[in-house]
Design a protein around this ligand. Structure first.
Ligand SMILES: [Fe+2]
Length: 543
């Protein structure tokens, strides 16, 4: 086997083992320089965006021409040699540059007294680069055998390069896909988290926590309208001290990026506050605090801008287009969740307003009980909170307290208005009011969990109450709470048959009946609550 073939096979195998395009080009140019008698070798790679060939590597070129190589991309539109090579997708051999129609006059001095072999690098029928090999014309021009070997080697290198690029591209795509999947999963998590809550605070907290997780930034603020002025509703920032204008609750008066985004209803971005030609005083204060890039995304609900999500970072150019896309998605989820929370709060307020009117109708039947139901409502909710019960139970205690005597709507007013204690025969109809209350409220689905507290608020801890003589912890907790605060309010409020007791005396009475009428644990918590609420002198210490 001729030496050149053996060397070619060996070097081809070596080329195939390389994993970097630069290494392949470097090895190819050195190999061609060494393998065939050549003055210099130059390799160019196709730049698809610019549609020209960018210089990649040369070997053997004199220092005089080196800058020319490094600085001059080869434009097929301006260089007939390249145009012709691309058209044919095969090599061109120029033995006399001075007379060749493929060589432009500007390049003729460079190629003087040289034979030039130009080869396209073709992989999968696509030109990916070009190789130029120059040989001094003191030697015979490239032979057919040489051209075959060189062409094979160049084609082989082009294929290796193409494989490496494909591998790199698929690796980049995999990483990009993994990133996008992560973003989609996180967006889904945020959506679930904020959609499952109807509390403004919880929605905002969850959104801010997740924004920081998905987009790296130094501070996140949610800005909303408060009495016709933009105000910071919530802010999260740990590493830098923000100016006071950006503290939670502060009003953003005057121009700012947040205001511009709010007014225009579109994203506003300052990549660098330092480079920005115009900055508002508010944004300048953020820059002084260390913020460089600032992004404001409007919160839009039902085509109305309701607020702004403001993000900042200490690095310039922090928010790339992908970040803005993700933040926009979060902002849109956040807007819907906040709007739902607002509608829910409105509905709750309407519901509470309606049931308050209902309970007022009961209290109004007797001049002595005016305001009793609302006071019991507040006391029951406070006591449930004092006992460390969850918000859902506090809400039930609150509604149960408000509606506990609703059944008295069916009791004749003469009994309710009676200025002295009830006679023995007047108790039975009065004792029907918990059951009557249940009958009245049963059709209201939202009160389903409140009913046990209303039905059993006259049960006694020792099992002698009504209507079911339940005992101890068989009595629903809400009912045990209402029982204590109902009795307390009845004692401290003046009635026709007694003056109102002082809180201390009423507390003493509750403690006297603790374990018989009332749950001792509830009474103990109520003492703690009263001690916090009232001055210490008004509640005698436990003996
Ligand atoms: Fe009652």
């Amino acid at each position: 086997m001729p030496d050149i073939f053996r060397k070619t096979i060996e070097e081809s195998e070596r080329l195939a083992s390389l994993a970097d395009v630069d290494d392949v080009i470097k090895a190819l140019s050195r190999l061609l320089k060494k393998l065939v008698k050549s003055r210099w070798v130059a390799v160019y790679l196709l730049d698809r965006e610019r549609r020209d060939f960018a210089p990649a590597r040369c070997c053997g070129l004199s220092p005089h021409f080196l800058p020319l190589f490094q600085e001059m991309p080869l434009d097929p539109e301006r260089l007939p040699l390249i145009k012709e090579m691309l058209r044919k997708k095969r090599h061109l051999l120029i033995t006399d540059a001075a007379s060749s129609p493929h060589i432009s006059p500007a390049l003729r001095p460079v190629l003087r007294r040289l034979t030039l072999l130009a080869l396209p690098m073709v992989a999968r029928n696509q030109v990916v680069g070009a190789v130029f090999i120059a040989r001094g014309n003191v030697h015979p021009p490239f032979s057919t055998d040489e051209i075959v070997v060189i062409s094979d080697l160049v084609a082989h290198a082009a294929l290796v390069m193409s494989h490496i690029r494909l591998f790199d591209e698929s690796l980049d795509m995999s990483v990009e896909m993994a990133k996008r999947i992560d973003v989609i999963l996180t967006l889904d998590e945020i959506n679930k988290a904020i959609s499952s809550s109807l509390s403004h605070e919880k929605i905002i907290h969850t959104a801010m926590e997740n924004i920081e997780r998905i987009v790296s930034c130094e501070f996140v603020a949610i800005v909303g309208m408060d009495a016709d002025e933009l105000a910071v509703r919530s802010v999260h920032c740990t590493k830098i001290t923000l100016p006071s204008e950006f503290e939670a609750g502060a009003r953003l008066t005057g121009p700012s990026l947040a205001r511009t985004a709010f007014t225009r209803g579109r994203n506003e971005y300052i990549p660098s506050l330092t480079r920005a030609r115009r900055r508002s005083p508010l944004d300048r204060n953020l820059q002084t605090a260390g913020i460089e890039s600032l992004l404001a995304v409007p919160l839009v609900s039902k085509e109305t801008t309701t607020g702004v999500l403001l993000l900042g970072d200490t690095d310039p150019d922090c928010f790339v287009r992908e970040d803005a896309f993700v933040i926009e998605k979060i902002a849109s989820q956040l807007s819907v969740a906040l709007e739902n929370a607002r509608l829910y709060e409105e509905m709750q307020a309407l519901f509470i307003g309606t049931v308050t009117s209902l309970s007022n109708a009961i209290d109004a039947k007797s001049s002595w009980t005016k305001g009793h139901s609302e006071r019991v409502m507040h006391l029951a909710a406070d006591l449930a909170r004092e006992m460390g019960l969850p918000d859902t139970i506090v809400e039930r205690a609150k509604l149960g307290g408000l509606l506990h005597d609703i059944g008295k709507i069916g009791i004749i007013e003469a009994l309710l208005e009676k200025p002295e204690m009830l006679d023995e025969d007047e108790f039975p109809p009065m004792r029907l009011h918990p059951e009557k209350g249940i009958a009245i409220l049963a059709p209201i689905e939202q009160l389903k969990d409140v009913l046990p507290g209303i039905l059993h608020h006259h049960e006694r801890f020792d099992g002698t109450g009504y209507p079911n003589q339940l005992q101890g912890e068989d009595i629903p907790l809400i009912a045990r709470i209402i029982s204590v605060v109902d009795a307390y309010d009845a004692m401290v409020s003046p009635r026709p048959y007694h003056q109102g007791l002082s809180p201390g005396k009423a507390m003493e009475e509750l403690e006297r009946c603790s374990g018989t009428q009332f749950d001792p644990r509830v009474v103990a918590c109520f003492r703690r609550y009263l001690e916090k609420k009232l001055t210490p002198q008004r509640v005698p210490p436990t003996v």
